[in-house]
Write a protein that binds this ligand. Structure first.
Ligand code: SF4
Length: 277
């Protein structure tokens, strides 16, 4: 079996910056509380736990006057207010690409444009975007595939559209094109560069199998599985890599989600090359 590593791989800029912020706090002097997973990768989160970080799902679970780290996926204004009410010291690791989406969504809403969010309603990033729109007095429409957009009021003529940064780029483009048939559209709906480049590499790969390294809850990892042309496999740990049945694959591409450590990819590729020989 031929093993080909697709470019790019390793941490994206947003994950690199978030981890740099986190590690700058890890001096052991105080407990650092991280609201949700800093990034959606079990290896990264496991490492941070070993360094003493405590992961919580609500600011209510953090003692007053403690330090909280907001994840790369961003938070809603309501969460910021709750953190201020508990006098938390906030270290914000929100990716700048996510902040840009927040700003666009809030601006659309403040201008009175009904906002459509292309994304997964339960994803932390989308909850933050929705919170920004709600702050401007509007309930946005959240859609994953665009099929439910008939829910927009009949008198709506013009809308503002944004998207979660880690969606399937082709699907986002298709939904925006569909919306343009019914509405005047102002759009900031696009996936981030790190997501798009990896999806483009997968779509261009001409092998018969693709291994995506990343965690099951990583949105950009799941999207890489979706755009694969041949058989697609996912593994988030070496145990999962060893358990893969790659029988019949002659040309295997290996890619990774934007929050997957490079050392995991290196170890996987070494294992696969040694295994075949
Ligand atoms: S995948 Fe994109 S949006 Fe998410 S952290 Fe990386 S650069 Fe930022």
């Amino acid at each position: 079996m031929q093993v080909i590593v697709l470019e790019p791989h390793g941490f994206c800029a947003g994950v690199t910056a978030a981890l740099r912020k986190a590690l700058s706090l890890a001096d052991g002097a105080q407990t650092i509380y991280c609201l949700h997973e800093l990034v959606h990768n079990e290896l990264v989160v496991g490492d941070l736990k070993r360094r003493g970080f405590v992961f919580v799902e609500s600011v209510d679970d953090i003692p007053e006057d403690a330090t909280v780290l907001f994840s790369a996926h961003g938070v809603s204004p309501a969460v910021r207010r709750a953190a201020a009410a508990r006098r938390l010291t906030v270290v914000d690791a929100t990716c700048p690409f996510v902040t840009r989406v927040h700003t666009a969504a809030r601006t659309f809403a403040e201008r009175g444009l009904p906002v459509v969010v292309i994304g997964h309603a339960n994803h932390a990033e989308v909850k933050g975007i929705v919170g920004e729109v709600e702050l401007a007095g509007q309930s946005p429409t959240v859609s994953t595939v665009g099929s439910d957009l008939a829910a927009l009021p009949a008198d709506v003529k013009k809308i503002g559209v944004v998207s979660q940064t880690t969606m399937n780029a082709d699907e986002v483009a298709a939904i925006v094109a569909r919306l343009k048939k019914s509405y005047a559209v102002e759009t900031m709906a696009e996936v981030c560069n790190a997501t798009k480049e990896r999806q483009d590499a997968v779509k261009a790969f001409d092998g018969d199998g693709l291994l995506v390294l990343g965690s099951a809850n990583s949105s950009n990892t799941k999207r890489l599985m979706e755009v694969a042309r041949g058989r697609a496999f996912r593994a988030g740990s070496m145990d999962e890599v060893r358990a893969l049945d790659l029988g019949g694959i002659r040309r295997l591409g290996v890619t990774s989600g934007a929050s997957t450590p490079e050392c995991f990819l290196t170890e996987t590729v070494t294992y696969l090359k040694e295994k075949k020989s």
